[in-house]
Design a protein around this ligand. Structure first.
Ligand code: MF3
Ligand code: CO
Length: 245
């Protein structure tokens, strides 16, 4: 799992470097796939079909008001002022890794910068709680508090997840918590994908006719950061961050 997540981190680094104004989202998708195959891994999202519609790409690229699951397109060029979520996963020798970052293209608004910084901070606040003996709610509440204290809204229609021999395993890792929700205790050896999706405006979302792309209902910005982390006796280990493995 360390290797799978390391590959995800390396590919994301190269995608971030390639994400410039004028580049199409399909070009980023192709690059992600090519780099992954070269490293002896397979893209995890390609062919994924949780519901009615199969996902045919390797990467999700979600721009501005797109929250997650944006589909790469030949006609979609990045432009200065965009914020771009890059969400990527691989499978390596049967084990999955999954991570996401949101990056700015050229100069973006102060509001966009703040949204990205707070979303990233909420991810790290959640990771900090990923300790033996804590519960899912400790992660969820830390994420939620960080986002809401900054005046932003947590997306509740999607959640993080366990990860291992499948992309999505139990437990669900929501970014908010209410009594009555499943709330298992965290155990040594669990690996979780923690992934706050944070909106500038309201939490409401819509799914586009493509059956995948989630967009904010109010058209305001959204940001997404994700890491695959392992719960160890020594604390959380961020598998999808280079330098940590
Ligand atoms: N990183 C996302 C997740 O954690 C992406 C999976 S959806 C897919 O669920 F369609 F892109 F595969
Ligand atoms: Co995920």
């Amino acid at each position: 799992m360390r290797m799978a997540s390391r590959i995800v981190a390396e590919v994301l680094d190269q995608l971030v470097a390639a994400a410039k104004a004028g580049v199409t989202t399909l070009e980023l998708d192709r690059l992600a796939e090519e780099l992954t195959l070269k490293k002896g891994a397979r893209p995890a999202f390609k062919g994924y079909q949780p519901g009615a519609v199969i996902y045919r790409h390797s990467l999700c690229v979600s721009i501005n008001d797109e929250i997650v699951h944006g589909i790469p397109k030949a006609g979609r060029k990045l432009k200065a002022g965009d914020i771009v979520g890059l969400d990527f996963g691989v499978v390596y020798h049967g084990y999955y890794g999954d991570a996401a970052r949101t990056v700015a293209i050229g100069k973006v608004s102060e509001g966009a910068e703040r949204l990205m910084a707070v979303t990233r901070k909420s991810l790290y606040a959640g990771i900090e709680q990923a300790r033996v003996g804590n519960r899912i709610s400790d992660i969820a509440r830390a994420v939620q508090r960080t986002a809401e204290d900054a005046g932003f809204a947590v997306v509740t229609d999607f959640a993080g997840h366990g990860i291992g021999r499948k992309l999505h395993e139990d437990p669900q890792v929501p970014n908010y918590f209410r009594p009555g929700m499943p709330n298992p205790r965290l155990q040594e050896g669990m690996v979780l994908a923690i992934e706050p999706m944070i909106n500038e405006g309201t939490a409401e979302l819509e799914i586009l006719d493509d059956g995948w792309t989630a967009v904010t209902a109010d058209g305001k910005l959204s940001a997404h950061f994700e890491h695959s982390i392992a719960i160890t006796a020594a604390g959380p280990e961020i598998l999808s961050e280079l330098g940590n493995v």
